[in-house]
Ligand binder design. Structure first.
Ligand code: BTN
Length: 258
């Protein structure tokens, strides 16, 4: 069967999970899968509900950026109702799950870039957008939105080709989105269960970050800071040592290597 479009039946067949992706909503085209997932969360859809679209017309990235989301890629959002103490681990969970599932599906080695990019050979292959409704004590819902460039032809997107790649471009062949998505759901579930069992994802995530120990620029809002990416704190924020010796802490922003 051609994978040009994935339908619901084709996606859910033989899904080796207990809850992630078991309630799966498929769309040929949506504005953003995170929007539909939010509606599902507000209706208290089961934990692990996943919204998959072949194409997004208003896919969004972090910091209000556009996310290019043509057919052939993966755009998926997963609804969770985590304990408050796990909220800041969810982007780490997603990045590790993407990394593991790409390695399992195509055998390619990925690197992670703070705060939540997955790279292959230094270029971005996946972005993660966590959106949640939470107070200091509780979480009403959390949505993990994951965009993976799977079969995107980079020559069709010259505006991002210098910084982004796709699995097809790296492997020189078409890659099965179905297999990748199934592996992704399995890895997300494993990591979510291990979080709930009290394991921390911090050490594994921290060890994979290409950013740490390098001279970087950090863009935060309208400001750019130069320094040495010294470490990440226990909550995942980046610790930047500036030339004057000051240590700055960032919980959001963009990093470029100098
Ligand atoms: C980023 O790198 O800035 C994050 C990109 C996140 C893209 C995914 S695709 C599925 C979900 N729906 C969206 O509109 N965004 C996320």
């Amino acid at each position: 069967m051609s994978e040009q479009r994935l339908d619901e039946v084709y996606l859910t067949n033989e899904l080796n999970t207990k809850f992630i992706g078991q309630n799966l909503l498929y769309f040929a085209s949506v504005t953003s899968t995170n929007d539909i997932a939010r509606q599902q969360a507000l209706r208290k859809s089961p934990e692990g509900t996943a919204v998959f679209a072949d194409r997004q017309t208003s896919g969004r990235g972090r910091l209000k950026r556009e996310w290019v989301s043509p057919e052939g890629n993966i755009a998926v959002s997963v609804v969770l109702y985590p304990d408050r103490k796990y909220l800041h681990f969810l982007t780490m969970l997603a990045a590790l799950a993407v990394q593991r599932s790409i390695e399992k599906t195509v055998g390619a080695q990925c690197q992670l870039k703070w705060p939540n990019d997955v790279l292959i050979n230094g270029k971005k292959v996946c972005g993660i957008l966590l959106e949640s409704k939470a107070t200091a004590d509780s979480v009403e819902y959390a949505i993990i939105g994951i965009g993976i460039n799977v079969n995107m032809q980079m020559a069709d997107y010259p505006e991002i080709a210098a910084i982004a790649t796709s699995l097809a471009a790296e492997m020189g062949r078409e890659v099965s989105r179905r297999e990748l998505l199934r592996n992704l759901f399995v890895e997300m579930e494993k990591l979510y269960l291990s979080l709930q069992a009290g394991e921390s994802l911090l050490a594994e995530w921290r060890a994979q970050l290409v950013t740490i120990g390098k001279k970087v620029h950090v863009r935060s809002g309208d400001e750019v800071f130069d320094g040495f990416a010294e470490a990440v704190a226990d909550d995942g924020s980046l610790l930047l040592r500036c030339a004057d010796g000051k240590l700055l802490e960032f919980n959001a922003g963009d990093v470029t290597l100098k």
